[in-house]
Ligand binder design. Structure first.
Ligand code: ZN
Length: 282
């Protein structure tokens, strides 16, 4: 590693550490947004309550159908909250890459954002458009991920599972003749146990947006010849074994910006990439 590379990558590591704190805060925000729908469930349960605070068994099916409106609400809140986190993360990713270039090498890389996307493997569907954080997030949301799903499929799955859990709790409570207060408590429990899924979605998607912005900057900058993958904090097996791979004979963990699989290795991944500089700036 040359002196220039060492300085540049120290900065990238530092900035990425700061970003991880921001991304944790973003995932808390997504989880809070999802949690805000709980009051609607409480209202719904109270709407169905008799004077003795139980719910008639004959009404269980209509109540469960009404839960579908709340599922839709969870879906739409989750999608817009995730989108915000992804746009913000892409923005920070670009800013971090530009800052590192500027501070370590005295080079400006801002042209990456002002030029329209032309023949990009990192952002393949944005040809002719701006690589803005908003467009980058939209590209990521619409593409089919390594799990064979789009972001919206993942959000539907999440909201559907949460609705199913709430449905189970309410059906059981109504049949047992529980009070609405007890059912409301159990609904709170469902929100608490399911909130890790909202956090996981947020961390996964925002970190992917961050890495994609860093990767796109590498693809467009003639100063970068390759990326070095640094496994995430948890040193998960998938991450560590990917970082040990020598895909191009350039050394272990050295990839090209076109190796887009390294931008989303597994859910909750906190891996990041450093830059290998091209000859002229080494
Ligand atoms: Zn990882």
């Amino acid at each position: 590693m040359t002196e220039n590379e060492r300085r540049l990558n120290e900065l990238l590591t530092e900035l990425h550490n700061d970003y991880l704190e921001t991304s944790a805060a973003m995932s808390d925000k997504v989880a809070r947004d999802v949690a805000s729908t709980r009051l609607q469930v409480v209202d719904l349960v109270e709407e169905y309550a008799n004077k003795d605070d139980t719910i008639n068994r004959t009404r269980v099916n209509t109540l469960l159908r009404d839960l579908e409106d709340i599922e839709r609400e969870i879906r739409s809140i989750t999608e817009s909250s995730l989108n915000r986190a992804m746009v913000d993360s892409a923005e920070i990713g670009y800013a971090d890459a530009f800052t590192a270039f500027q501070k370590a090498l005295g080079l400006s890389a801002d042209f990456v954002l002002t030029a329209k996307v032309a023949e990009s493997v990192v952002l393949p569907t944005l040809t002719g458009k701006s690589p803005s954080p908003r467009n980058l997030a939209q590209y990521l949301a619409q593409r089919t991920g390594p799990d064979g799903l789009t972001l919206s499929d993942r959000v539907w799955q999440f909201a559907g599972e949460q609705r199913a859990e709430m449905g189970n709790v309410l059906r059981r409570g109504i049949i047992r003749g529980d009070t609405t207060a007890k059912m409301v408590r159990e609904i709170r429990g469902v929100y608490e146990t399911e909130s890790w899924k909202a956090r996981r979605l947020a961390i996964t998607e925002s970190n992917t947006a961050y890495r994609t912005a860093i990767g796109y900057t590498a693809e467009k900058s003639k100063f970068v010849s390759a990326l070095r993958l640094i496994p995430g904090r948890k040193q998960s097996e998938k991450c560590v074994s990917k970082a040990a791979e020598d895909r191009h004979g350039l050394g272990a963990g050295i990839f090209l910006p076109s190796d887009t699989d390294i931008f989303s290795i597994h859910p909750n991944c906190t891996a990041y990439t450093q830059y290998i500089l091209s000859e002229e700036v080494r």
